[in-house]
Design a protein around this ligand. Sequence first.
Ligand code: IMP
Ligand code: MG
Length: 176
Amino acid sequence: MNRPEKVEEVLFTEAQLKEKVRQLGGELTREYDGKNPLFICLLKGAAVFFSDLIREVECPLEIDFFRASSYSGTATTGSVIADERTVPDIKGRDVVLVEDIIDTANTLSKVKEIFLAREPKSLKIVCLLDKPSRREVEGFTADRSCFEIEDLFVVGYGLDCDQRYRNLPYIGVYKP
Ligand code: IMP
Ligand code: MG
């Protein structure tokens, strides 16, 4: 796919993403052997990563979706929008929450709190990208993240800027 004008550089190629997702899928296959985990996709950003990841996990699993957001353009709004009435039924389940990127961690820490209140048997957070230098929720980490990145705004492979670029097959650096 041609690189759009505002996508300055490719940070992770399709092949690099595929390899990492394959590795992570293998690890999760071993960890959830004999269990029936519920993989939950945080919409919309994680949709592409999620659909690739679940196909690399070779154990019986179920999927569900939850919507949460806090971004407008390239800036976080700080307030997390999530409708608690749409939280999947997770009580007593081994839940794997799949997110695209942890930035300030405001979104995930809020979602984690909402989920833990529903008493899952276990909760693991898996994310594709992590920007630790931007953290506002101190000490917050995922149980697994595929790549650590610097303070850059990235798009592609599900990640957007104002809803665009989600369909790029690679992760690229966005320059406004
Ligand atoms: P946080 O609440 O600041 O951790 O932000 C997490 C959410 O912001 C992610 O789920 C993404 O949707 C979005 N986000 C953060 N950084 C980026 C980025 O570099 N590109 C696209 N979306 C981002
Ligand atoms: Mg987003």
